[in-house]
Design a protein around this ligand. Structure first.
Ligand SMILES: Cc1ncc(COP(=O)(O)O)c(C=O)c1O
Length: 310
């Protein structure tokens, strides 16, 4: 799983040497921000999916966390491509991480240095290859997503992910593949690390930014694909009941890609197997990421070319 090289504050160090001191602020207080990015194998070599958008979100997360990112977005993009190339990956998962490093303790943390790493690893499907076809069993979590005004749900800030861990662990302890959280009002928000789409009578519903979601980059890509498919999409407050009523439900995320949900709270979704809209969206998505279909949206940056190709 591990790679040879990790990019660390502008230099490459070996995987085994990429360690931190126990006074690292992020270890104590969750003061880190991160991204999760995939590179896919294409006939023209590895290519990174929506690199610029991920780096832009990383920069936003830093801003929201009041952390000065000591590199430009362009430098982070270049470093990401270089790390993948240097590690000789074809397909891989990329994890950029910005964190408050070693130094004094104390909540505020702005006296600690801001360190940046980019690590890569080979990683298959998140919820399993079988899940992409047959779907996953999901539980509505007893944990709510971050309430407005208590955290910055649109940013990927390390400490906030305790919420996702609780959702995920509870679901697995109860024998489910994944948990889906409601927002503070009891309406549908998102999975532990995935956005959710709900299909009823041919119309696709997905929660808007008011529902404490992380606005996913896969979500955005799928919205484009659904629009091209001519499917109606509504951004609405989604009542919990709509999950039980749905003909199809799927998750989206860099890790989960597009994963069908086959049951919610042990109630079968639709016919209990991947539905037609889910399948068509998956087919389009994987045809683009594999390079089988032309990259008509400029979503892929080839590794080895150090600027996004338009
Ligand atoms: C809480 C949460 N929601 C949704 C997503 C999906 O976002 P993306 O498609 O950008 O990976 C993620 C993963 O990054 C996440 O952590």
């Amino acid at each position: 799983m591990s790679a040879e090289w990790i990019w660390h504050n502008g230099e490459f160090i070996r995987w085994e040497e990429a360690n931190v001191h126990v006074s690292t602020h992020a270890l104590h207080y969750g003061s880190s921000v991160f991204e999760g990015i995939r590179a896919y194998t294409t006939p023209h070599g590895p290519a990174v999916f929506r690199l610029a958008e991920h780096t832009k979100r990383l920069a936003y997360s830093c801003k929201a966390a009041r952390m000065d990112l000591p590199f430009s977005e362009e430098e982070i993009n270049d470093a990401t491509l270089e790390t993948i190339a240097r590690n000789g990956h074809q397909a891989c998962y990329v994890r950029p991480l910005v964190y408050r490093g070693a130094g004094p303790l104390g909540l505020e943390g702005r006296k600690n240095p801001v360190d940046v790493i980019i690590m890569t690893m080979e990683w298959g499907t998140y919820l399993g290859q079988e899940a992409l076809e047959n779907g996953v069993d999901v539980q509505i979590s007893s944990w709510r997503r971050l309430a407005p005004g208590t955290a910055v749900s649109m940013a990927k800030i390390g400490g906030q992910y305790v919420n996702s861990q609780l959702i995920s662990m509870e679901a697995r302890d109860n024998g489910f593949d994944e948990g889906l959280a409601l927002d503070i009002s009891g309406n549908v928000s998102e999975g532990a690390g995935e956005n959710v789409f709900v299909i009823i009578d041919g119309v696709v519903y997905t929660p808007g930014s008011w529902a404490s979601i992380l606005p996913g980059i896969t979500r955005d890509s799928v919205l484009t694909i659904l629009q091209e498919m001519g499917v109606e999409v509504r951004f609405e407050t989604i009542a919990r009941d709509m999950l039980y009523m749905a003909d199809e439900i799927f998750f989206t995320g860099t890790a989960a890609e597009i994963t069908p949900v086959r049951s919610i709270d042990r109630l079968q979704v639709g016919e209990g197997k991947r539905g037609p809209i889910t399948k068509e969206a998956q087919d389009q998505f994987f045809a683009i990421t594999s390079g089988e279909l032309a990259d008509r949206h400029g979503w892929l940056t080839p590794v080895g070319v150090t600027r996004p190709v338009v």
